[in-house]
Design a binder for this molecule. Structure first.
Ligand SMILES: [Zn+2]
Length: 102
């Protein structure tokens, strides 16, 4: 899978080796939104020394989790996203009420 030039491998990468050239991979620190997302989908961000590609791949811990834990993590992430949407809408409505003179 490829989104905006970033490859996403929906599997683990054995021994931290690049699937393109076989070079050793460096793990990159994730941004805040990536950390929030990776709570449900434990993706790791890698950078290849050899071909200079950047991509995401599944963390090995995902396969060790039970189906219950995976479900809970997905549900928790959905709850956080929904809460963020509700808070954004409330802020928007409050802003519109203030602008309209209430
Ligand atoms: Zn490579």
């Amino acid at each position: 899978m490829k989104i905006k030039g970033v490859r996403i491998y929906l599997r683990q990468l054995g021994d931290h080796k690049c699937p393109c050239c076989g070079e050793h991979l460096e793990r990159l620190p994730r941004r805040l939104w990536q950390k929030a997302l990776s709570f449900a989908l434990p993706l790791r961000h890698y950078d290849c020394d050899g071909c200079e590609r950047r991509f995401f791949a599944f963390s090995p811990c995902w396969n060790k989790m039970s189906i219950i834990e995976k479900s809970l993590r997905v549900l928790a992430t959905v709850a956080v996203i929904l809460a963020a949407i509700v808070i954004s809408i409330r802020i928007l409505i409050t802003g519109m009420l203030i602008l309209s003179g209430y």
